[in-house]
Design a protein around this ligand. Sequence first.
Ligand code: IPD
Ligand code: CA
Ligand code: CA
Length: 264
Amino acid sequence: MTNQDILETAKAIAREAGALIKEGFESDKAIDLKSSSIDLVTNYDRAAESLIRERLNSAFPDHLIVGEEEGADEGNSPHVWYVDPIDGTTNFTHGVPFFCVSIAMYTNDKPAVGVIFDPIQQELFYASAGQGGFVESASGAVKQLKVTNTTALNQALLGTGFPYDRATSDLDNLEQIGRVVKQCRGLRRLGSAALDLAYVAAGRLDGYWEFKLNMYDVAAGIVLVQEAGGIVCNINDGSPVAPADVVHLVAAGPGLKDILLDQL
Ligand code: IPD
Ligand code: CA
Ligand code: CA
């Protein structure tokens, strides 16, 4: 099966999970805490992950899945799926309509397929390695994803985020934000790392950085940004982002990446 065929299946699964979480957004939710009083999970995060797992397992029985809510499958396969059933759970829980389903497949640790679906805007962002990235809007119109060619911070609209352990950790992003916010055109904390990356790919944000993310937050977004001509790299040394338990990443167009990296 080609990555293009796999992508079509992933798009259908993301739309189905998106319909479920949209229904959840409009309903009462059961909310639990995870690592702390600010790290939330709802019955819809769990239901959406189990739906995605069921669909992926039946389409690709030999592949492995790493999901936010149920963890990592055991076993061996070159093909690993990274699944965030709701990226932006805090927004979802508080009634802020900015969250998504994020699904990606990596083959031998390399980005192969990425899909991000925003069920509120009904925007489906998708890409597969070497084939470019696209966004399909609610009307059905399809546009190619392309990062911006901005080369100056004072012309850049940027995104970032704060880690869940910010109350107790020194790596809380405040120093970096303090520096960058004085120089850029605008800085947003939208609340969904996956959509932040999709927005970089779509040229809506010129760049984005965040510390202490998980692969399921960013795997699909990395495929989108790279296929849109952008660069995703480690904040610390500018090296390519490889699958790891924790990632600190910067994403931007080629004209802004080094300038942003310098400030971080
Ligand atoms: C979170 C969101 C948020 C980012 C956090 C993530 P979740 O994911 O992407 O924007 O700042 O680091 O953990 O918990 O909503 O899936
Ligand atoms: Ca997430
Ligand atoms: Ca999540």
